[in-house]
Design a protein around this ligand. Sequence first.
Ligand code: SF4
Length: 150
Amino acid sequence: MILVSACLIGENCKYNGGNNYCAAVVDYLSDKPYISICPEVCGGLTTPRTPAEIINGAVIDKHGSDRSAAFASGAEEAALICNSLNIKLAILKEYSPSCGVNYIYDGSFSGQNISGSGITASLLRKNGVAVWSENDVVRNSSPRSLDGSR
Ligand code: SF4
């Protein structure tokens, strides 16, 4: 079983009501069991919602409201799912303050990114789940080798 960011498979859960459909991820998952989650929605945030970025360890939305508790709650939900289903691999959306694997936005709401991980990606990694971004799937010429299966 693989956990995947819901927006990567076309669910309209992105902050602006859209999605981040990624054909490579959908193709990779086509013959595998998976479960999707949007940690921000699970944390109680609405869609659409005000965009948020990580600033000094807190998740602050563009209007200055601290959304850290909702992001933490969503991360805990994702971790619970991984634990209960023995999930060892998550494919998550790069740059997101929840799902970013290797990069997140820099907190300036200007589209600039920095090295770092989102709240959910960090917690899953801490719990021993391998976390890969959609770019890892796209880059890998033989995606089935990613999780060691087949
Ligand atoms: S929280 Fe994750 S799954 Fe939800 S919209 Fe953002 S990147 Fe996609």
